[in-house]
Design a protein around this ligand. Structure first.
Ligand SMILES: *Cc1c(COP(=O)(O)O)cnc(C)c1O
Length: 405
């Protein structure tokens, strides 16, 4: 069998692709084609720039066609990357394919560049991840694309459309403040006007929130977070349906986007335990969010599973769970918040999240909001609840609160 004929044998793992499977099962079986893995369970690391052809005729024949599973040249990937992309595609009903990128930010930038042309207007939720804003306000602006920010809880997205509106970037729940957006309603309006919708789905991952079936056109994950799950790899992905797939792929290829096989391997390895990790993050984070809510030192806990979180009803309607990241407002000054974070022992101070370890960070939404201002004196702390014992984490938070008085 020649290169690239792997699809003909189905998954090659004795699985009937027609049988419906639950998500936890899909996570285990996704991307496990025999042509990718050989007889071993985990896809090996295929390090390769050059792929050799049998003869010149095969070389020439290789130029027609461009899909995963077809050996060509290292920049188009090898079985290690194809397997991961395939597994992510299988998690999104309605998806045609997934492109991988060397970071979540690269995934966001390349998804937007696939759609936007000079003169277009991009609508972006005001609580988008700050580097998404930086890309819009920097690179896209220079390219002649104008970005308009909007209230994440707007009930009138159509009222924001103008002739030149080309795309909307959503994020639910939003970075730092966790408002949950009515994605199906926004996508329905966008569809009527031919506006493309993109969603940053890093928080929930497709395990807790499938996006394309909500009407989203392109779903983006910073796989650096929960997919990798071990805080040791940077990687991003964009998954889309048939209509945009070849454009997404061409843009990524023209921009030379490629993920190393080692990183793809680690992401695949992380992915296999996503279901158990997500459920553990969820259980512990919900418990801690409830505990924090009853503390006199806490003004409000912003966790989508709590009724006081803006958009909670939508979270209940659309999500099948919540992950381990949320924030709370401390009653007190920002200095107090810094002292609180410094006093924690089990929570590291650092960027990123989605790994096995807990993290705490004072965050400042006032620095990156233009539509829904945040009071600069309100002390917001973001917590990533890791996989430590939740009683130990609560004891650590309790001790840190006691140092504040
Ligand atoms: C971290 C993050 C990203 C970017 O991912 P990187 O891999 O760090 O580039 C994008 N969106 C959200 C919501 C994130 O938290």
């Amino acid at each position: 069998m020649g290169p690239g004929q792997g699809h003909a044998e189905g998954n090659g793992c004795g699985l009937n692709p027609e049988k419906p499977r639950k998500k936890a099962t899909q996570i285990i079986t996704g991307g496990r084609k025999k042509t990718f893995t050989g007889p071993v369970v985990n896809v090996p690391v295929w390090r390769a720039s050059t792929h050799l052809y049998d003869d010149v005729a095969a070389l020439e024949a290789g130029k027609s066609g461009n899909e995963d599973g077809r050996f060509f040249y290292g920049r188009r990937g090898s079985p290690t990357q194809w397997s991961l992309a395939d597994a992510l595609t299988q998690m999104e009903p309605g998806a045609a394919g997934t492109m991988l990128y060397p970071s979540g930010v690269a995934a966001i930038s390349c998804a937007l560049l696939t759609i936007l042309r000079p003169g277009d207007v991009l609508l972006m939720t005001d609580n988008a991840y700050d580097p998404s804003r930086a890309f819009a306000d920097g690179f896209l602006k220079k390219m002649g694309v104008q970005t308009r920010y909007f209230n994440p809880l707007t009930a009138d997205i159509a009222g924001l459309f103008c002739e030149k509106t080309k795309a909307i970037l959503l994020e639910t729940p939003g970075s730092l403040t966790f408002e949950v957006q009515d994605v199906p309603a926004i996508c329905a309006e966008a569809k009527k006007r031919g506006v493309i919708t993109l969603l940053d789905n890093t928080w929930a991952t497709p395990f807790f929130y499938t996006a394309l079936d909500k009407g989203v056109d392109m779903t983006i994950i910073a796989a650096t977070k929960y997919i990798v799950g071990h805080s040791d790899v940077m990687i991003g992905s964009v998954t889309t349906h048939e209509r945009l797939w070849s454009r997404l792929r061409q843009t990524a290829q023209q921009l030379g986007q490629i993920v190393s096989p080692d990183d793809a391997y680690l992401a695949s390895r992380g992915l296999r335990t996503l279901a158990v990790r997500m459920k553990a993050h969820e259980k512990s984070a919900v418990k801690i969010a409830h505990w924090l809510r009853d503390r006199p030192e806490v003004e409000i806990v912003l966790h989508p599973a709590l009724p006081e979180c803006p958009g909670h009803e939508i979270w209940k309607r659309d999500f099948s769970g919540s992950s381990g990241l949320f924030s709370f407002v401390l009653n007190g000054t920002k200095e107090k918040a810094a002292a609180f974070v410094d006093a924690l022992e089990l929570f590291g101070i650092g960027y990123s999240w989605g790994g096995f370890e807990s993290l705490a960070l004072p965050v400042h939404p006032e620095q990156c909001r233009t539509e829904v201002p945040w009071d600069k004196d309100r002390a917001l702390i973001r917590l990533q609840i890791g996989l430590e014992d939740s009683d130990d984490l609560i004891a650590d938070l309790d001790s840190a609160f006691k140092t504040l008085t």
